[in-house]
Design a protein around this ligand. Structure first.
Ligand SMILES: [Zn+2]
Ligand SMILES: [Zn+2]
Ligand SMILES: [Zn+2]
Ligand SMILES: [Zn+2]
Length: 484
């Protein structure tokens, strides 16, 4: 910063940081682009990197992992929040009548693979046991500590040797498939509820959902899903079933869904995977909630909080039992490929292992590559097609907004907010075309201090977002059950 102040380049950096959204590793591009009117072929605007404050176009990296880029991962989390909450309240082109239809907040957890340290309600001790209970490894199966959420022991097994690590990792590895089968089972149950054939379901009702995956303290994901039933004409059209019937269908689907998976090796056994017993299904109400129900406000507050959490295991703050789990993933990958005469097992823990044709067929061949994610290879957020808006539409809207804001600044005009949203979310019959020629100049900031400033600004923004999410949760809402 002192250097930048001394040579007078600080304002240019500050401006560039804003334009790059404080990205930690922006891509540097050199070139130009022309905006052409499709009808007349006339060039209406030209953008050149040489005119930028630092002589280059700094394009945000767009990484979703918080440890890779705090700023870009925040934008991803915020977009995820937006697309989930527009399915709750409508907005951004989604009809406001969406929330008249049955809506459920479903939490699907992993089963238990052995006792772990945990935060107990009302400052209760972790595993209180008077008798001197010992496991076969000579460890005490009791813990009288009152852990708080920040305690790194929370989520760690009481005995690592008793904990069924293999099954835990195999479960996590197949969790995306288990989720997929759940959506199929749910459609089937809804068809049963309506007395129609599976394949005719879409003629009577549309199942829409959005789900996010969240790591619990024990290093296993659980899924939070918003499940909505619309009428046959999509969002806003009245559903043919009441919330209670949809809830029954969800519970039945969770009950029946399972997935039988291949053993790791000859010494291992076949497993049938299911969701854990702590499945939580709540009816979401607009306005007042009765009994176990929750309100759209509470769900939105919970998801806002989720969107400020990081979606990966942060290598800068290693938690011992998570490091151990990620080593276990590499170990199991090695075990699954053991005995290969081309030595694939020795490379199994690498990020991009070169495997022989035979080993590449193993369902666990790439487990080592996902070790940093503790074997979870799924997406952190997915949604059905017509749940709400798409991430692409939100990105396009942000780009358009930046363009409009620049225009407004240049022409010293005010932005007309009345029709702004409609313009931003418009599905594109764009009358202009952008033609560019760009070359890659490198990535990252030119000086180490620049990155420090970007990181500092990003972390301030993150703290602010966290604070706001806390304000919302502490306000009228109670946090839904099913958190770790
Ligand atoms: Zn970035
Ligand atoms: Zn404990
Ligand atoms: Zn033990
Ligand atoms: Zn091999």
């Amino acid at each position: 910063m002192v250097g930048r102040l001394a040579d007078g380049t600080m304002p240019a950096l500050a401006e560039t940081l804003i334009r790059a959204n404080n990205c930690a590793h922006p891509v540097r591009l050199i070139g130009r682009s022309h905006t052409v009117d499709r009808l007349t072929g006339e060039i209406v605007d030209t953008f050149r990197s040489i005119d930028e404050p630092m002589g280059r176009l700094y394009k945000p990296c767009g990484n979703r992992r918080e440890s890779a880029c705090p700023a870009c991962s925040r934008i991803y989390a915020r977009d995820t929040f937006e697309l989930i909450s527009t399915g709750l309240h409508g907005g951004k082109g989604v009809p406001a009548a969406v929330n008249a239809n049955p809506l459920l907040f479903v939490t699907l957890t992993a089963p238990s693979f052995g006792p772990v340290h945990g935060v107990r309600e009302g400052k209760q001790p972790c595993h209180p046991r008077m008798r001197l209970a010992m496991c076969p490894h000579g460890r005490r199966m009791a813990c009288w500590a009152q852990h708080d959420a920040g305690d790194p022991r929370v989520g760690a097994p009481l005995c690592r040797d008793c904990y069924d690590t293999e099954s835990a990792i195999v479960w996590q590895w197949h969790a995306p498939e288990l989720w997929r089968r759940f959506t199929i089972a749910l459609r089937r149950q809804l068809a049963v509820g309506l007395g129609v054939r599976d394949r005719d379901l879409n003629d009577h009702a549309r199942l829409e959902y959005a789900k996010v995956a969240e790591f619990q303290a024990r290093g296993l994901v659980h899924f939070h899903a918003l499940v909505r039933l619309d009428g046959p004409d999509g969002p806003g059209s009245p559903a043919p079933l009441a919330a209670a019937a949809v809830e029954a269908a969800v519970r039945k689907a969770v009950d029946v869904v399972h997935c039988t998976v291949t053993p790791l090796d000859d010494a291992d056994f076949e497993r049938t995977l299911r969701f854990g017993a702590q499945t939580d299904v709540r009816v979401v109400r607009n306005g007042f909630a009765i009994g176990d129900e929750i309100t759209t406000e509470q769900v939105a507050a919970y998801l806002a909080k989720y969107s400020t959490k990081s979606a990966d295991v942060d290598p800068r703050r290693p938690i011992p039992h998570l490091v151990w789990l990620s080593d276990a993933c590499r170990g199991l990958a090695t075990r699954a490929l053991a005995g290969c005469r081309f030595g694939c097992d020795e490379r199994a823990g690498e990020r991009h292992p070169h495997l022989c044709g035979n080993c590449a067929q193993s369902p666990y061949a790439l487990l080592g590559r996902w070790a940093a994610m503790l074997g979870f290879r799924g997406h952190f957020s997915t949604k059905s097609r017509h749940y709400s808006v798409t991430l692409g539409a939100l990105r396009r809207a942000r780009r358009r907004f930046q363009g409009l804001a620049v225009d407004a600044r240049h022409h010293a005009e005010r932005l007309d907010t009345r029709e702004l949203e409609a313009r931003l979310m418009a599905d594109d019959a764009d009358t202009t075309l952008v033609i560019g020629s760009w070359t890659y100049d490198g990535s990252g900031w030119p000086r180490a201090g620049d990155k420090a400033l970007a990181d500092a600004a990003a972390s301030r923004a993150r703290e602010y977002a966290k604070w706001r999410a806390d304000q919302r949760t502490n306000h009228p809402a109670r946090q839904p059950k099913g958190r770790s």
